[in-house]
Design a protein around this ligand. Structure first.
Ligand SMILES: [Zn+2]
Length: 94
């Protein structure tokens, strides 16, 4: 009769200290990735995907970016010509 009680206990090597995922609770400000200015979290739009639940750009920058983006889009749309589709090529007549 095999008498093994704790023969195979999976030990998790807890060498890794918890990675720094969680920001300290006291985080109330954030550095904008664009203007590199430190601003209160309120100045950042919400983005649940981000760590802090905020965008990486402050609102001002977001607006700027949005404007630039819009401009580009407009230009892109403008220059985007719908290629004139050739109507049926006339069958050669004899
Ligand atoms: Zn900014």
């Amino acid at each position: 009769m095999a008498n093994r009680k704790k023969a195979t206990t999976k030990k998790k090597a807890s060498k890794k200290t918890a990675s720094k995922k969680v920001p300290p609770k006291s985080v109330k400000s954030k550095k904008c990735a664009r203007c590199l200015d430190r601003k209160p979290l309120d100045s950042f739009g919400k983005n649940s995907r981000m760590k802090l639940g905020r965008k990486s750009y402050c609102r001002d920058c977001s607006r700027e970016l949005q404007r630039e983006w819009n401009k580009e889009q407009r230009v892109a749309t403008k220059s985007k010509k719908a290629p004139a589709r050739k109507s049926k090529s006339k069958a050669k007549r004899r």
